[in-house]
Every structure is written in C-alpha cells, then in structure tokens.
Design a protein around this ligand. Structure first.
Ligand code: NOJ
Length: 565
C-alpha cells in the first residue's frame, strides 16, 4: 500500500513538473544561422563629408559587412535626438535624425540589406526619452490631466526628491522626475512592482499611465516592423518597472509584449540588453540576451574591458596567464542549460559602452585571434562590434563626445571611426580631420580593412574562416551542443566540445604566453585534425593502450578548432 501511494505521488510530481516546465518555443528559423554585427552609425561611414557617419554610408558598405560572414546588422539608435547620450536620448521614435538621413533612406537600407540576404535590427530605447521629447514637455505642464502627464514619474512637490530624482529645468509642474541614466533622460512610467502608498508617484503597473506607455512601446515596434525591420535590441530591458525585486513584473511585461510580437511578427526577433538570460529569455521570451559586462558576472573576468569596480587589471585573455575561467564557466553553464531551445545567448566581442577587444591587455594579433576563436566557436549567436574584426584599438584618453565619458569609463575610445583604407581619415570621411565625430587611432600601424582583406594571415581573414566553418557545421553552429571538458581550476588552456550527432569538435584556447596542455577523459576518436588554429603549434593526442586520457598541447598564445574523426 505504502509503495502504491509512493508511486502515485511520484507520478503526480512528474506530471506537475512536466506541466510547469518551459515548453520549447517556436523561434524564427533564421536565428539558427544568425551572426550579429553591431554598427555604431556615427562612426561607420560618412557619405556626405560632414565627419559623421550616416545611413547612405552604411548602405555603401553592405558588401563588406556580408564578406565578414555576419548576416544580421544591429544599428545603435538613429532616431531624432539631442545627442547628449550618443542618440540614446530620443526626441522622436518615429523619425530618423537628419544627421543620419531620412525615413525613406532607412527603408531603402532595409531593402538593400534584405536583397543581400541579411537582416537588420534597430535599437529600441524602451525605458526613457530625451527631456526634450514632446511627451516630456507636456508632462512638465502644471495641468496633470493631459495625455502625457503620467508618461513619466513625478513627485508631487519639489521638496520631495528621492534618489535618482531630478529637479526639472523649466516647466510649471510642481515636482521632481525620475531619471533613467543621465539627468536629460527621464524614465518612462511603466509603473512600480509594489507601490508604496506613502509614495504617490509610485503607480501600479496596471494604472492608466503605465498601460498607455506600454501601448506606445507596441506602437513604435509595429511602426518599424511594418517598414520591414527584422527586430530590435532593447536598451536597458531589465529596468522598465521600478522597485521590481527579482524583475518579477518586468519579466511579465516583456512576456506580454514578446508574445504579442511573436503572434504579429513571427519572423521578427528581439535582443535584450539585460545579461540575465534566465530572466530575459526563459522568463520574458526574448530571443537573444547578451552575456557581457552587466547582469550575471563573468564576462569581464575574461576580457577586462571596463574600468568599473576593477582595481587590479587581471583577466583570462592576457599573456600573463593570471586569469581564471571558473566564474565565467559556472555562470555560463547555468545560463546555457536554463535557456537551451528557448533562445540564444550572445557573447559580444565588445560594444559601444566598454573597451574594445583590442586594448592595452591584448595588443597583438595572436592574442586577438585566440580571443576570436573562443568568441566565434561558443554556442548561441555571436555578435561582432564593428572594427573588432580587424582589431581596431580602444583609444585611451579621448575627450567627452556626446556623453561618452561616464564616471566609471570613457566610451569614446571604443567609438572611433571605422578604418577602411589609406585615404584621408582612413576612408571614413572626406571632412577635415578636425571635424571627425571622434578622432581616429593615430598609430602608424592602425589596422585597415584594405590591408587585411588581401592578407591571408590577417585577423579579418581569420574571423572570416571561423565564421565560414561555423556556418558549414551544425556542431559549431548556434545550437550545437556545448560541454566544458577541462578543469576550471587549471584555467590554461580551456577546452570544450561542440557536437551535433556524429560531428564533433574540440576547441582549445590558450591566451597565456606559456606552452600548456590539458588532459581529459578520452573522447574516443579515431584521430583528430586541427581545422583552424590561431598559431600553428597545437597537438591533439588520442588515448592509446592503457592510457584513458586525451591530451591537447598548445603553444604560447594560441587556439585551435580540432575536428574529431
Ligand atoms: C545602454 C546603452 O548601451 C548606453 O550607450 C546608453 O548610454 C544607456 N543605455 C542609456 O540609454
């Protein structure tokens, strides 16, 4: 009897678990092969000689973008803006800023991108506007019953000023507003998770103001999707609902928006700037989330590419070999397991907010190839930040440009104009060099596309080879299985496998300046072949006789993609 009761209980528990487990979602098929390329529009290609990049410039470089092996362009914001935060302070979500072109030119760009078999994402700044946005202007009026009065979060009196609230310049409204980032970026009102009755500015998420703002978000999405856009990267996606412990309400909001979106635009996709895929993908139904400098920790321990809260400058991808991988791998394993089949993790080469892959910790091409081998053979969707494919440097000490300098970090150094050729301004612009959006890398050996294009040993051609191999292989592709097989306590080299059915690869990475090797339980292959390596001297020995271990040995600063037979 006891046994029957126990089995019934087990059955009931397994039924319940099966029901509550996340069902695999129908994801757009093209994401299986997607590789993202982030373009910072002001810095990519200037077509009209004013020193600032623009849409026509981007259009003229589509063949190059395609030649890298990427297929999905993400454009940082190009909307009407005051440019106090590089375009992330928007004054009109429905209009391309004249410095970049026109809406018609954007639609033309989208069409050209599609003709070339690629896709394109825009940046959706969901959480705030510029303080010059007409919504905010209206919400500053004394009358609090206007259409946009509750689109932002206002205290009732100028004397009440909680943390992150700002006293407005101008306007008749009696009160202070909540900012999201800089003072000029008032937070849109999506409501509070648990409004405090003593804080009248904290409205519930279902109050009319927050619901109207949510609808505005959908309107913006529809407007651009109907013009042919393929999706969005969402700025600060984690931050929409305030005082939201564990992001419970923010996850609900995104799930509602994403499920609506998937019904209306089943081929569209969303990337979140969040850094916690279990929340964004599994919870909020985003398609892609970044593994990077915010959210779950680990990425910066590999790359050290931001000043924030780091005093000793040690990272895994450095020649000194002092780094560790445990923090990253422990985090990645969990996120990988939690989100498999539900969406894709993306480890970017860098972005417009942090240092570039090439900085003073990694300044030679073997180091960059080693890091790229890792970045372009991990599962999920790779993201290459423009210029990283040729090893453009992070430039230290540049002056503030449109809000690039933060207390914690200078972002101008990763936003310098693209280096194309040996012409004036390295082909970026015909403007006088003093008029460039940001000054370029002054080094005599600054890399350019033209030099690397023809050089079979260049970083650019190495990246192309990696991406060609990736796109030809299910194992190395976005959904191939991943398993970390070396010892996280002996970080150099790190070794992992990528597999799909009978196709198997081992990837071994050694950023240190020492020759290193790792042994692991035999993968029982009938031989191994190095398919791509960042530095030739790599050997793979399969277990033989009584030895049950395989062994990989790598030269200093090297990496290899090894096919098992
Ligand atoms: C994150 C963006 O990536 C960054 O560039 C911007 O300054 C802030 N969000 C505010 O929008």
């Amino acid at each position: 009897m006891k046994r029957i009761l126990l089995s019934l209980l087990t059955l009931a528990t397994s039924l319940y678990t099966a029901k509550s487990a996340e069902q695999p979602r129908q994801l757009p098929q093209w994401l299986e092969k997607a590789v993202i390329y982030q373009v910072y529009p002001a810095s990519f290609q200037d077509s009209d000689g004013n020193g600032i990049g623009d849409l026509k410039g981007i259009e003229s470089r589509l063949d190059y973008i395609k030649s890298i092996g990427v297929n999905t362009i993400w454009l940082s914001p190009i909307f009407d803006s005051e440019f106090f935060d590089g375009g992330y302070d928007i004054t009109d979500f429905y209009k391309v800023d004249p410095r970049y072109g026109t809406n018609t030119q954007l639609v033309e760009l989208v069409e050209k991108v599609h003709e070339k078999g690629m896709r394109i994402f825009m940046d959706l700044v969901a959480g705030h506007t510029s303080d010059q946005h007409p919504w905010f202007k209206q919400s500053q009026e004394a009358d609090r019953n206007l259409q946009h009065s509750d689109y932002y979060i206002w205290t009732d009196s100028k004397d009440v000023k909680p943390k992150n609230f700002v006293t407005p310049i101008g306007g008749e409204r009696e009160g202070n507003y909540l900012k999201n980032f800089f003072d000029c970026q008032p937070a849109l009102n999506y409501g509070y998770a648990n409004p405090d009755p003593n804080h009248p500015w904290e409205q519930p998420v279902d109050a009319p103001g927050p619901q109207a703002v949510r609808q505005e978000l959908k309107n913006i999405i529809s407007f651009w999707m109907d013009k042919g856009m393929d999706g969005f990267r969402v700025d600060m996606a984690h931050s929409l609902i305030k005082n939201d412990k564990n992001h419970v309400e923010t996850i609900k909001l995104w799930r509602e928006v994403q499920d609506w979106f998937a019904g209306k635009y089943p081929e569209g996709a969303f990337v979140s700037e969040w850094g916690e895929p279990t929340k964004s993908i599994k919870g909020g139904h985003f398609h892609i989330d970044f593994i990077f400098h915010i959210g779950r920790q680990g990425y910066t321990s590999l790359f050290y590419n931001t000043d924030k809260k780091q005093t000793d400058r040690i990272c895994y991808f450095e020649k000194e070999g002092r780094g560790q991988v445990k923090k990253f791998i422990d985090m990645y394993r969990t996120e990988y397991a939690n989100n498999r089949g539900l969406g894709y993790l993306s480890i970017p080469t860098s972005n417009h907010d942090i240092w570039r892959l090439r900085n003073d910790r990694r300044d030679d091409y073997d180091q960059l190839k080693t890091a790229m081998t890792f970045l372009l053979t991990m599962p999920g969707i790779p993201t290459i930040y423009y210029g990283d494919e040729i090893g453009m440097r992070y430039i230290f000490g540049l002056p503030n440009v449109e809000g690039s300098v933060l207390k914690s970090r200078n972002r101008a150094g990763c936003r310098t104009p693209m280096q194309w050729n040996q012409d004036l301004n390295k082909g970026f612009s015909t403007a006088d060099p003093s008029k460039l959006y940001i000054a370029q890398d002054p080094a005599a050996d600054a890399p350019t596309v033209i030099n690397q294009d023809k050089d079979p040993e260049s970083l650019l051609n190495y990246v192309r080879a990696l991406l060609r191999l990736r796109s030809s292989s299910d194992a190395l592709g976005n959904s191939g299985e991943w398993e970390f097989i070396s010892d996280t306590d002996q970080p150099y080299p790190m070794v992992y496998t990528r597999t799909a059915g009978k196709e198997r690869y081992v990837i071994a990475i050694n950023p240190s300046a020492k020759k290193v090797s790792a042994e692991f339980t035999s993968l029982k292959a009938n031989g191994a072949e190095v398919v791509i390596s960042a530095n030739d001297k790599v050997t793979y020995k399969c277990a033989k006789g009584r030895n049950t271990m395989d062994k990989v040995t790598l030269a200093p600063v090297s990496a290899a993609v090894i096919r098992l037979k």
